[in-house]
Design a protein around this ligand. Structure first.
Ligand code: G3H
Ligand code: ZN
Length: 284
C-alpha cells in the first residue's frame, strides 16, 4: 500500500484532492472507510485532540490497521494538535500525519513550535508527515451564528507561506484562504480565494491542505483542489449527518434501544456524505 506521502504525490499528479474526514467513534470510522471502498479512493481519517480523547489514540490506530489489513487505503491524521506532547503521542503511536496547530500564536512562536514537531517526527523516523497551520479560520467544527472574528483580516500571504515553510520544514501547509471551521446557520457560503491558493502553492513549494471544508460551495471546493489543496478537510457535515441520521431513527422508532440499530442510520448518513465529497474531490 502507498504511504501517505506517495498517495499525495499520486493525487497531485492526477490533479485531484484526497478527502480528510473527522470521526469521533468507530461507527463514523467504519462509515468513512466504507465510502473509500465504495469509491475506490483513498481516505484520510482525522481525529482532533477532543476526538482522539474520546475514541482513544490506540483504538484509532488499531481501527486504521484493521482497515489496511483488509486492503483499504486508509490513513490516520492527528488533527489540530496544540501541544508538543500531543504530537509526540501521535507520532509514537504511528499516525501517518500530525498537524501542529500554532495558528493562534505569533508567527515566530508558531514557527519555533512547529519546527520542534518536525524535528521530533524526523528523529522518530517512522515517516509521519507534519503539517503546519497559519492564518485564522476559527477553531470549532460546529454551527455558527457569525463567522470567526478575525478571519478576513488574517488570510495567508505568499511571503508568510514561504517563510513559514522555510523555517519549519513542514511537509504540508494549511493556510487561511477564506474557509472557516464550522458552518454558518444562515447558510451563507464563505468565498474561497482560489487565486490566493495558486499563489500560496507556488510560494510554499509544498502541497496545501484546505481546512474548514463544510459550508463552502461544491464548485469552490473542487476548484480549491485543482488549484493546489491536495487534501480537503470535512468535519461539521460529518457531525450533522451522524446526528440527523440517529435522530431520524429514534423518531421513527422511539422504543428502539439496540444501539446497533439506531446508530445504523447515522452511520449510513456519514457514509453517504463522505462518498459525495470523495467523488467531488476526485472530479467524478
Ligand atoms: O480539521 C477539520 C476541518 O478543517 C473541518 O472543518 O468542520 O468546517 O468541515 P469543517
Ligand atoms: Zn481544521
Amino acid at each position: 500500500m502507498q504511504t501517505l506521502r506517495e498517495a499525495i504525490e499520486t493525487a497531485r499528479a492526477k490533479g485531484i484532492a484526497i478527502g480528510h474526514f473527522n470521526v469521533s467513534d468507530s461507527n463514523q470510522f467504519n462509515a468513512v472507510v466504507a465510502a473509500g471502498v465504495a469509491t475506490t479512493l483513498p481516505v484520510i481519517i482525522g481525529v482532533s485532540e477532543g476526538e482522539r480523547k474520546w475514541i482513544g489514540v490506540r483504538n484509532a490506530v488499531a481501527l486504521a490497521a484493521a482497515a489496511r489489513a483488509e486492503g483499504h487505503q486508509v490513513y490516520l491524521n492527528a488533527d489540530h494538535t496544540y501541544s508538543f506532547d500531543g504530537i509526540k503521542e501521535a507520532v509514537d503511536a504511528g499516525f501517518d500525519s500530525v498537524i501542529f496547530d500554532g495558528s493562534h500564536l505569533s508567527m515566530e512562536e508558531n514557527s519555533a513550535q512547529t519546527r520542534a514537531a518536525v524535528e521530533y517526527a524526523r528523529a522518530v523516523g517512522n515517516g509521519t508527515l507534519v503539517e503546519g497551520e497559519i492564518g485564522r479560520i476559527g477553531t470549532s467544527s460546529k454551527l455558527l451564528d457569525v463567522p470567526p472574528e478575525d478571519m478576513d483580516k488574517n488570510l495567508t500571504t505568499a511571503e508568510e507561506a514561504a517563510t513559514f515553510v522555510k523555517e519549519t520544514g513542514v511537509d504540508l501547509l494549511a493556510p487561511a484562504v477564506g474557509t472557516m471551521h464550522g458552518r454558518l446557520k444562515s447558510g451563507t457560503e464563505p468565498k474561497i480565494d482560489i487565486g490566493r491558493i495558486k499563489l500560496l502553492r507556488e510560494a510554499a513549494g509544498i502541497p496545501l491542505v484546505l481546512h474548514g471544508g463544510s459550508g463552502s460551495s461544491d464548485a469552490d471546493l473542487a476548484a480549491a483542489g485543482k488549484a493546489g489543496c491536495v487534501i480537503i478537510h470535512i468535519n461539521t457535515d460529518i457531525r450533522i449527518a451522524y446526528r440527523k441520521g440517529i435522530e431520524a431513527a429514534l423518531t421513527a422508532n422511539a422504543d428502539e434501544i439496540a444501539p446497533y440499530k439506531f446508530l445504523a442510520q447515522g452511520t449510513q448518513a456519514v457514509r453517504e456524505i463522505t462518498e459525495k465529497y470523495l467523488k467531488l474531490f476526485a472530479g467524478q
